[in-house]
Design a protein around this ligand. Structure first.
Ligand SMILES: NC(=O)C1=CN([C@@H]2O[C@H](COP(=O)(O)OP(=O)(O)OC[C@H]3O[C@@H](n4cnc5c(N)ncnc54)[C@H](OP(=O)(O)O)[C@@H]3O)[C@@H](O)[C@H]2O)C=CC1
Ligand SMILES: O=C1O[C@H](COP(=O)(O)O)[C@@H](O)[C@H](O)[C@H]1O
Length: 481
């Protein structure tokens, strides 16, 4: 059951994912998708609306997908109703038997209300072996206090085992692959600690600007939009201890511990270890980008950031003294989401003529998107007489080995909700720990000041480079693929 069936997420990502799942035979033939929205209309209105939005993409050039949509279409139903009123829930209760997933693809202000209404109408009660699960989109909360309050509200009505807090980064193959890379490869995990690793960078750079999302974005900003959720998912996958099993709770325990171990800064430390930026007017290629403050539905005197860079420390034995640098922003030079693990340099370059020279360190580059893959920067001998050291890259690209372009990431998440696997979903304590770690930055920025300007198509504000230069480091070059 999709709450928000006429919305952007449903038409752009959820329904295409359901079609892909149908194509792969992953949806039970007797299951129905019931969409709920505010717009008046019937089943045919929803189906035709989705088709018109997709403009043929459900089937064009892909016969199997077209056939999957044809099979799914009659099972897609619609009920109009206001989430905040009882009537729609009474109607659902009269029809619903057996298993159900309630997917809240709705603006976050409705999350608590909908869960309460579902519970009030007995829809979340699991009886006779049937499951009742609730998938909740992001953002989950606005700060540490509101995330805690939302958890308390929801968990006073349903059990944590029924709640699936979505972070769509966890549907991405390369994000999931971080665990395999670490825990299936002895040579990597043995070195994965402060003895061998110098520092870690996590970047999510986007070329898109805020565009039509001004009203959502101006109250949110880059930090809330990307850091406690998506970037912290990457961080916790990279930094977690090996779990005692791959059961959901074992994995989520280890991820939550990492988030709890992020050093909570004092206000002055928060100021010194963060940079916020905002894009000015400019162009990226042939796109003209208005200054952020001239975007529709953005306050002209807004101090919301469209870029953030942070230096974080994880206070555990494994990561003692290893800085984690995070950055994310809009209207940047390229779209590039990556994790860079930089190892310590060799203690001494013993090679003739290179004695004591500074050799570039080994690096593992985990490319989350685009062109998902993993590469290892290493040094080799250049062929010929004598020893000349040459950088080389061992490179693995997903697209070279697998057909991964057929999925959008939500398939895995929806499948896991249907099968009751919570591994890839955020648990209440982890969400709250993530917010606690970013709260000092929010508090510091609320005291005043403005983000530093940067030009569209650039790498972000100069101060972000200074954040690393202070430690004798530089950001990894953004990859243009
Ligand atoms: N869009 C995206 O790419 C992504 C979205 N998300 C998250 O998904 C969620 C939904 O986002 P998005 O789809 O973009 O939002 P939209 O605003 O496009 O869709 C919201 C939906 O909720 C319906 N709705 C709003 N108020 C009511 C009400 N009182 N009663 C009944 N229906 C109502 C809307 O109906 P109507 O159309 O009639 O107004 C619409 O179907 C958000 O939490 C967002 O953060 C997460 C990742 C990506
Ligand atoms: O949740 C969000 O994520 C997108 C980035 O996701 P991606 O899968 O396209 O990398 C971001 O653009 C958006 O602002 C944010 O709300």
């Amino acid at each position: 059951m999709i709450f928000g069936a006429t919305g952007d997420l449903t038409r752009r990502l959820l329904v295409p994912a359901l079609i892909n799942m149908e194509r792969e035979g992953l949806i039970h033939p007797s299951s129905t998708v019931l969409g709920i929205g505010k717009d008046a209309g019937d089943d045919e209105m929803l189906r035709a609306g989705l088709e018109s939005f997709s403009a043929g993409h459900f089937g064009e050039g892909d016969a199997q997908r077209g056939e999957a949509w044809a099979r799914l279409r009659p099972r897609l139903r619609y009920r109009a109703g206001d989430f905040t009123a009882d009537e729609i829930y009474t109607q659902i209760a009269a029809e619903l038997t057996g298993n159900a997933v309630f997917y809240l693809a709705v603006p976050p202000r409705f999350f608590g209300d909908i869960v309460e209404k579902l519970a009030d109408h007995g829809l979340t009660t699991e009886a006779d072996g049937a499951f009742r699960r609730i998938a909740i989109e992001k953002p989950f909360g606005h700060d540490a206090a509101s995330a805690k309050a939302l958890n308390t509200r929801i968990l006073s009505r349903v059990a944590e085992t029924q709640v699936y807090r979505i972070d769509h980064f966890l549907g991405k193959e390369t994000v999931q692959n971080i665990m395999t890379l670490r825990f299936a490869n002895m040579m990597i995990e043995k070195l994965w600690n402060s003895d061998s690793i110098d520092h870690i960078q996590i970047t999510a750079a986007e070329t898109v600007d805020v565009g039509t999302r001004g009203s959502f974005y101006d109250g949110t900003g880059a930090l809330r939009d990307m850091v406690p959720n998506h970037l912290f998912q990457l961080l916790s996958m990279v930094a977690m201890e090996p779990p005692i099993s791959f059961d959901a709770e074992a994995v989520r325990d280890e991820k939550a511990k990492v988030l709890r171990a992020i050093r909570i800064y004092e206000p002055e430390e928060a100021a010194a270890n963060s940079v916020r930026g905002v894009y000015t007017a400019g162009t990226i290629g042939d796109r003209t980008i208005p200054a952020y403050t001239e975007t529709a539905d953005v306050k002209p005197d807004s101090t919301t950031e469209t870029y953030v860079a942070l230096k974080l420390m994880i206070d555990t034995w494994r990561w003692a003294g290893v800085p984690f640098y995070l950055r994310t922003g809009k209207a940047l030079t390229v779209r590039d989401t990556e994790v860079i693990v930089t190892f310590k340099p060799v203690p001494f370059a013993q090679f003739p003529r290179l004695r004591n020279a500074h050799l570039p360190p080994n690096r593992i580059v985990i490319q989350i998107q685009p062109d998902e893959g993993i590469s290892l920067d290493m040094l080799i001998k250049r062929p010929g007489i004598g020893v000349a050291v040459e950088p080389a890259v061992m490179d693995f690209r997903y697209a070279g080995l697998f057909d991964i372009g057929r999925l959008n990431g939500y398939e895995t998440l929806i499948y896991d909700i249907l099968t009751g696997d919570q591994t890839l979903f955020q648990r209440a304590d982890a969400v709250e720990a993530g917010w606690r770690a970013v709260q000092p930055f929010l508090d510091r920025w609320a005291e005043g000041g403005s983000p530093e300007p940067y030009a569209p198509g650039s790498l972000g504000p100069d101060a972000a480079a200074d954040l690393l230069a202070r430690d004798g480091l530089a950001w990894h070059d953004l990859v243009t693929r």
